[in-house]
Write a protein that binds this ligand. Structure first.
Ligand SMILES: [Zn+2]
Length: 332
């Protein structure tokens, strides 16, 4: 497997919350409205202090899948930010975060919570389409990949007719291509009625569109520091997740949810590792410890169950034991 691109990201030490505010950066539009922003509320000049720095792509191999589970919930978006940081890139703007102790306005980094939800929903739509294409899920594909006299297009909400869904739900409609008789090449020409290739072409188009401004090739020293290599390096967490998605498509990666922490992780291809149950050595150890600690379960319910299971059934007790019950030892 190729080396993971070197990429580090930051998490604010005090966590994030949502505030209603306005943009304060020089490129904010004049008629900018109040919006809900995810922010750590810290003044710009202090934002490096105490920050947690971590390598998302190395530590969380299925992070983009976790991101698609935000759904329409801003609480989940904040929860995601608290674990992995802000999305960065064009999402990050300057906002007003109230007044400081010195009576001056605090300018902080903020990200529009509504845009988070749209980004997560768009990624989810494409992820579901990709999963359906590689699993041959005809039911899902035929609902969203639609052929008509103009060719083939994608519709995230085909049941809505010409309506738009209520915010924050986001409807995507995109033309994918046309039929070309006898043509087997890509480039927007498909065999009429085909669902798989148009679906994968739409996946390709959306991932490329999002990757365009949030990752770029760089010539960097490889891990051994002896030679230079070309890496695609993301500029932001959102760029890292779209890049992770692109690489998953390339490798046809499989993912699993960790049975301990619930995070998604890539199941490494190759012998003996496809049955991996845990995302990390940490979770494996935790599960192992919990198994070993089982004779002393914590909840009453499990203690009762445990007692029931460990006590031999009455009819199978040896005669001597059933006649003469053991007297309890005096307690000290
Ligand atoms: Zn885990």
């Amino acid at each position: 497997m190729r080396e993971t691109p070197p990429f580090r990201w930051t998490i604010a030490p005090g966590g994030y919350s949502i505030i209603t505010s306005r943009r304060r950066d020089p490129s904010a539009p004049r008629d900018d409205k109040e919006r809900r922003y995810i922010t750590d509320g810290r003044p710009l000049q202090l934002r490096a202090a105490g920050t947690v720095i971590y390598p998302p792509l190395k530590e969380f191999t299925g992070l983009f899948r976790t991101f698609t589970e935000i759904g329409s919930s801003t609480e989940r978006a904040v929860d995601f930010a608290n674990r992995y940081g802000l999305l960065g890139g064009a999402h990050s703007v300057w906002i007003s975060a109230g007044v400081g102790d010195d009576g001056k306005e605090v300018i902080a980094i903020g990200e529009d919570a509504f845009q988070w939800i749209i980004e997560s929903m768009v990624m989810r739509q494409v992820l579901e389409l990709w999963d359906a294409a590689r699993q041959g899920n005809h039911e899902h594909l035929s609902r969203h990949i639609i052929w008509n006299e103009n060719g083939v297009h994608f519709d995230s909400h085909p049941d809505l007719g010409t309506d738009k869904p209520d915010p924050p739900f986001h409807r995507s409609i995109a033309s994918i291509g046309t039929a070309a008789e006898g043509s087997t090449s890509g480039g927007g020409y498909f065999e009429e009625g085909d669902l798989i290739r148009p679906a994968l072409t739409h996946v390709q188009y959306v991932i490329n569109k999002h990757l365009k401004d949030c990752a770029s090739p760089k010539l960097l020293w490889e891990q051994q520091q002896t030679r230079l290599g070309v890496y695609v390096v993301p500029h932001s967490l959102i760029g890292a997740m779209w890049l992770q998605f692109a690489e998953a498509v390339e490798r046809n990666s499989k993912f699993r949810e960790c049975t301990v922490c619930g995070k998604w992780f890539e199941i490494a291809s190759g012998a003996g590792r496809a049955d991996k149950q845990f995302c990390s050595a940490y979770c494996r150890t935790k599960a192992h410890r919990e198994r070993q600690a089982e004779p002393a379960p914590t909840s009453v319910k499990s203690r009762v169950k445990e007692a029931r299971m460990s006590a031999p059934p009455r009819d199978r007790l040896p005669k001597s034991a059933s006649k003469k019950p053991r007297t309890p030892k005096p307690s000290r």
